[in-house]
Design a protein around this ligand. Structure first.
Ligand code: SF4
Length: 428
């Protein structure tokens, strides 16, 4: 018991970059984002920002000025704190649960993507909202904030590999093929042939698509209620981009696995066939979170062997066998609250992003908390937000320049808000 909790505490108190070099899913995590850019063979992965090979539509980050690349951690700390003090209430910094500690320590709010977007709307005095998360989160904050507020993503290359797995062109192509099969007329009960449901972890374009086609957005907290809403209005659901959240949620609602075909956008007819689609209740997009798919049943079995009283909680973005083998599955907020409410001395094995697990372990020394995956693997795209980028955008504001503003055009934001508001009308 001691060895695990001690290791976690040590990691959470050290620089993530230093810990990363000790045994992570990628040695690139030990380097700074701009150092990774100089790699002769950059890839879409940890730390990349300027010359990586991310999908074509993914925003690229221009070169960070040298003064921020060469500044010491102490210098960046001093500059960030000074800018925050001078800017006062005119700026609010939001930090996602998965954001690295050396950035999140400057955040005015820490939460999941939806909590943070809502927090932004509650700080109406803030002219600038600096979102230390990933691109789709900043888009959502822009759509929910006022037009006078500028949402800033410190590193434009902080995307989400899962969100990138469903681009609007592929979804439109899929929709056309489904329309060829099902047409667009409702059945005798008034239910549409297909209701599109997008996870919050998707581009604004996909949220807009859902708004325009009678669909809705869901989060990992309300996915079951949203699916129930969709089943009332549709004969079947097209769920994207995360197959695992869709499968885990629908299975728990009693939908048989054979009625949940996978749609692979790289294959003709999604890799399935017309009859299977006709028999379907939920068509699952072939997307996944590269962080959560690392968790395995073997890890859970090992945790149970070493800690017989362990409580295993995993995120519903984990594969179905992992969710089935766990004691509970729930959103980041669910995990946080479950740990807060537990009797002192409890033992938790958690299947979610390592930065959040380490932080929970540090905040709750009364428990033993460890990550199911022994190999440290942070959300590599969120990891691209570095204090250097934060100092750069803050000092830009001091100079009267809004750097890296994320703006969703009205043509996308208006229908996307329709889908978001439908979600808000659903009672979990
Ligand atoms: S943890 Fe996974 S789903 Fe969440 S932002 Fe990172 S890549 Fe995307």
């Amino acid at each position: 018991m001691t060895s695990v909790s001690t290791a976690i505490t040590l990691i959470s108190r050290s620089e993530v970059g230093q810990a990363a070099s000790a045994g992570t899913c990628s040695p690139n995590l030990a380097r700074e984002p701009w150092a990774f850019d100089a790699s002769p063979m950059p890839e879409y992965g940890p730390g990349a920002s300027m010359h990586d090979v991310a999908p074509a539509a993914t925003p690229r980050q221009g070169e960070l000025p040298k003064e921020y690349r060469t500044a010491s951690a102490e210098d960046l700390d001093r500059r960030i704190l000074n800018a925050k003090e001078v800017l006062g209430d005119s700026v609010v910094i939001l930090g996602h649960f998965y954001q690295r500690d050396e950035v999140v320590k400057y955040a005015d709010f820490v939460g999941d993507s939806y909590q943070l977007a809502r927090a932004a709307t509650e700080r109406s005095a803030a002219e600038a909202i600096i979102f230390c998360g990933v691109h789709f989160m900043a888009e959502t904050a822009d759509m929910l904030s006022t037009p006078q507020q500028a949402v800033i993503l410190p590193n434009l290359a902080a995307g989400c590999s899962m969100a990138d797995m469903a681009d609007i062109d592929s979804v439109l192509e899929c929709w056309d093929q489904l329309s060829d099969i099902f047409g667009s007329e409702p059945d005798a009960a008034g239910r549409q042939p297909v209701i599109p449901v997008t996870y919050m972890n998707s581009s604004a374009a996909l949220k807009g698509f859902c708004g325009e086609h009678g669909g809705i957005v869901c989060t990992s907290s309300n996915a079951a209620a949203v699916l129930a809403w969709a089943f009332e209005r549709g004969q079947r659901v097209l769920f994207f981009p995360d197959q695992h959240l869709g499968r885990n949620t629908a299975k728990a609602m009693g939908v048989p696995l054979e009625q949940m075909p996978l749609w692979n956008p790289r294959k003709a007819w999604g890799g399935t066939d017309e009859q299977t689609l006709r028999d379907s209740r939920v068509i699952l997009w072939h997307g996944f979170c590269s962080v959560h798919k690392r968790f395995t049943v073997a890890q859970i079995e090992k945790a149970r062997m070493e800690f017989p009283d362990v409580r295993v909680i995993v995120h519903p973005e984990c594969p179905m066998p992992v969710v089935d083998a766990a004691d509970e599955a729930g959103s980041t907020d669910y995990i946080r609250k479950a740990i807060e409410a537990a009797e002192p001395g409890s033992t938790f094995a958690v299947g979610t992003e390592i930065t959040m697990v380490n932080r929970l372990a540090a905040q709750h020394p009364e428990h033993t908390i460890f990550c199911l995956d022994p190999v440290i693997c942070p959300c590599s795209t969120m990891y691209r937000i570095h204090p250097g980028y934060l100092a750069w955008v803050l000092e830009g504001l001091l100079d009267g320049r809004v750097l890296n503003r994320i703006t969703v055009p009205h043509s996308v934001a208006d229908p996307a808000r329709v889908a978001l508001n439908r979600m808000l009308s659903v009672r979990p």
